[in-house]
Design a protein around this ligand. Structure first.
Ligand code: ZN
Length: 158
């Protein structure tokens, strides 16, 4: 057992050193499917741009903006259930909007100071994929608006 984990960490050490991606310092919290190359194989170009590079789809163009079926929206990267059609509403923003996640532990909030704005970024708690942002101008009862890229979501019909 000990030897195995030694070999595994040696392997991780060597592979991390070879691909030149080791300067970010986040090698500890990635799992085996989480390397840049694996994500590029797994995701479409647009999914990669949004989920892994924190991109944003153009407003009013997303697959799920006007989507009204009953079911659960899951992470396009790892299938973690994120939002339910029951908490989806039309915010007029041009992106799918929800007033609550399926479970608070399925998402993570990160302070985002990019573009000179202070916003709260939302990522998937399982794979750290970028989903969108949360704003405090949503409907009752939470008053929150989870503004999410369709590209970051898959839909499981109920
Ligand atoms: Zn995920």
């Amino acid at each position: 057992m000990k030897l195995q984990s030694y070999i595994l960490s040696l392997f991780l050490f060597i592979s991390a050193g070879c691909d030149g991606q080791n300067n970010s310092g986040n090698i500890q919290n990635v799992n085996s499917m989480d390397t840049k190359d694996n994500w590029k194989d797994k995701l479409t170009k647009e999914e990669y741009r949004v989920l892994r590079e924190k991109g944003t789809e153009r407003a009013f163009t997303g697959e799920f903006y006007k989507h009204e079926e009953t079911g659960v929206y899951v992470c396009a990267g790892c299938a973690n259930p994120l939002f339910s059609s029951e908490e989806k509403y039309d915010s007029g923003s041009g992106w799918p909007s929800f007033w609550k996640p399926v479970d608070n532990s399925n998402i993570k909030e990160i302070t985002d100071n990019s573009f000179g704005m202070k916003r709260i970024e939302i990522v998937c708690s399982k794979c750290d994929g970028h989903l969108g942002h949360v704003f405090e101008d949503g409907p009752r009862p939470t008053g929150l608006r989870y503004c999410i890229n369709s590209v970051s979501l898959d839909f499981e019909k109920k």
